[in-house]
Design a protein around this ligand. Structure first.
Ligand SMILES: N[C@H](CCC[C@H](N)C(=O)O)C(=O)O
Length: 291
């Protein structure tokens, strides 16, 4: 009986430090979920649950092994997600690739390698700092933006494939992030929104970070957020270390800084479970509220 109910497409639930994803392989059979289907799949009450839906497709550029599309919980497409990239690189390497491969995302090509059994490292391209590339709505210096929301003031903006604003604070845990971060995320200066990092430098080689991601969720970990925080800390002169451990609620990622701010991001990935999508994906999500 179970198999006749759940005979839809297979998926894998994976995570990198609790930043969790529903992964669908669409390399041989296309998968183009509607906005409502994406919302349903990511919904933790009525669907499967995840911070994002990842769809693996054939590559569109030479040199890439596959292309990964990344959908946020509201159905919008994100240009990059580095924990997702680490999970999908790991998955594709299980198919017998030779220890490394290049994954195509909207945010660019990323090379992934497997330094140890459940670890994936990514070699990233150069970050972008100019205001048009973030993107911001008006010309300005991106190292200290003229924005403030409660204890979150003067963030640094950087695009590491996706846009981040990083705020440095005395104590990460003292900040009520869901209260203050949305005003920065939705500021008119940031027309496409941004992921908001709240970072505390606890030692020259150690940051504590939490990220309020687009479209308004607090995640257990954020790979691109970790990279953005390291780059911002160095550009602001808060540290000059070139190996920095970034501690997030879900665990730690290691960031190495090479020439021209080219980063290598390393951390664990895990498979949580496998399952099947429903045969028919709902077009609208309706959740009954008691009372
Ligand atoms: N958690 C992800 C970032 C997702 C960013 C996404 N929410 C966006 O809209 O840019 C990471 O590990 O890099």
């Amino acid at each position: 009986m179970l198999s006749s109910i759940h005979a839809g497409r297979p998926f894998l639930k994976m995570h990198g430090l609790g930043n969790d994803f529903v992964v669908v392989d669409a390399r041989t059979a296309p998968f183009r979920p509607s906005t409502d289907a994406i919302r349903f799949i990511c919904d933790r009450h009525v669907g499967i649950g995840g911070d994002q839906l990842l769809v693996i497709e054939p590559p569109t550029v030479e040199g890439a092994h596959s292309r990964m599309r990344i959908y946020n919980v509201d159905g919008t497409e994100a240009p990059t997600c580095l924990n997702a990239t680490r999970c999908v690189v790991w998955l594709l390497l299980q198919e017998g690739e030779n220890g490394s491969l290049v994954l195509e995302t909207l945010g660019g090509l990323i090379e992934g390698l497997q330094p140890a059994e459940s670890q994936i490292a990514l070699r990233l391209g150069a970050p972008r700092w100019n205001w048009e590339a973030i993107p911001l709505a008006a010309a300005c210096e991106t190292l200290f933006l003229d924005l403030e929301s409660g204890p979150l003031a003067k963030p640094t903006a950087v695009n590491v494939g996706n846009p981040h604003l990083v705020c440095f604070v005395e104590s990460r845990d003292a900040v009520d992030v869901p209260r203050w971060a949305p005003a920065l995320q939705n500021a008119p200066l940031v027309p496409e929104g941004a992921n908001i990092g709240v970072a505390e430098l606890v030692a020259p080689d150690r940051l504590r970070l939490v990220v309020w991601e687009r479209p308004g969720i607090l995640t257990q970990a954020c790979g691109s957020g970790a990279c953005a925080a390291v780059l911002a800390a160095r550009r602001r002169g808060l540290t000059s270390e070139d190996r920095i451990t970034v501690e997030m609620p879900g665990g730690v990622l290691e960031v190495e800084v090479h020439d021209d701010e080219r980063l290598v991001l390393t951390g664990p990935v895990a498979v949580a479970f496998a399952g099947y999508l429903p045969l028919t994906l709902p077009q609208t999500v309706s959740v009954k509220v008691a009372g």
